[in-house]
Write a protein that binds this ligand. Structure first.
Ligand SMILES: Nc1ncnc2c1ncn2[C@@H]1O[C@H](COP(=O)(O)OP(=O)(O)OP(=O)(O)O)[C@@H](O)[C@H]1O
Ligand SMILES: [Mg+2]
Length: 275
């Protein structure tokens, strides 16, 4: 008799668990340390090699990426976590105009890759998609470490970025654009957006695409998303114009709802903390 329960009983092991449809093994154990989020890792991050990733559906298709909801959990283990999986597309849908604007002053390191990106070949589009996911991961990691309200960047792997899911259960937090807040509540939202913009500015940066669509509101707390084009204001030839546009986009939105939000004032405050 090989085991205590008798010959017919097979002791279950992890080797018996196989990913089902819409599942894969957690990609966390296989990636390199630099592809994992900043330390200390929040205690909710699932690091077990026995964890599975389960696809729960699409949250939103965007211009350059699609965002999916996944759950990372150890089968029969403790409750897992929901993550937002942002997957950059390497198709011709990418807006190269916009890419060029932000890329000025940056260089793709390998000449062969740069030429492929410029020519827009299939290989070049994959290089571009991967470089956007790594750029967003780096930007989120840096801003997280500075205490700016961003989703925690769990990991990056090829064209896929895994982020802390901002929401309740499986429901994503609404965007600021959908908020009906007025009065003191609106003021509190503006103060947080201002703090986010100044957080970027203290690091010498502008978000570069800040608007009520890239700000999520969760239980009254504002979180900024969509950072791949984070702009270094001093070195980017469009830096000041992009910072000014960020200020204008958010101030106009608040002003239309009756708040006294002045873009010129916010821009001056950002410049004040930057230099
Ligand atoms: N961490 C997150 N938690 C919850 N929802 C998220 C998260 N990240 C993204 N989303 C959802 O996915 C949408 C698209 O995300 P994001 O803006 O980063 O991608 P995008 O491709 O730039 O989209 P768009 O073209 O609409 O700007 C967000 O508006 C939000 O609804
Ligand atoms: Mg967006």
């Amino acid at each position: 008799m090989d085991n205590f329960f008798g010959d017919d009983f097979v002791v279950p092991t992890f080797a018996d668990v196989e990913p089902g449809a819409g599942q894969r093994w957690s990609t966390w154990p296989a990636i390199t340390p630099s592809e994992r989020g900043p330390r200390p890792w929040p205690d909710w991050v699932v690091t077990s090699a026995a964890a599975l990733d389960t696809e729960l559906g699409i949250l939103k298709t965007g211009k350059e990426a699609d965002v999916f909801l996944i759950e990372r959990a150890v089968p029969a283990g403790p409750p897992g976590v929901f993550l937002a999986a942002k997957r950059y597309r390497s198709t011709e849908h990418r807006d190269f105009q916009r890419s060029d604007l932000y890329r000025e002053g940056r260089v793709e390191r390998r000449t062969r890759d740069r030429r492929a990106v410029e020519r827009g070949t299939a290989y070049g589009r994959t290089v571009a998609a991967v470089s956007w996911s790594y750029a967003e991961f780096a930007a989120l990691s840096r801003m997280w470490e500075l205490g700016v309200a961003v989703p925690y960047p769990v990991q990056v792997n090829g064209t896929e970025l895994l982020l802390e899911f901002i929401g309740d259960g499986t429901t994503a937090a609404p965007r600021l654009a959908a908020s009906r807040a007025t009065g003191a509540e609106l003021r509190a939202l503006f103060d947080q957006v201002r703090e986010i913009l100044l957080g970027f500015a203290r690091a010498g940066c502008a978000h570069g695409d800040l608007s009520a669509y890239n700000l999520l509101v969760h239980d009254g707390r504002v979180v900024v998303i969509d950072l791949p084009q984070l702009v270094d204001v001093a070195s980017n030839p469009n830096g000041f114009a992009l910072l000014e546009r960020d200020c204008r986009n958010v101030c106009d939105w608040f002003a239309r709802r009756g708040l006294d939000a002045d873009a010129g004032e916010l821009f001056a405050d950002a410049m004040g903390v930057m230099f």
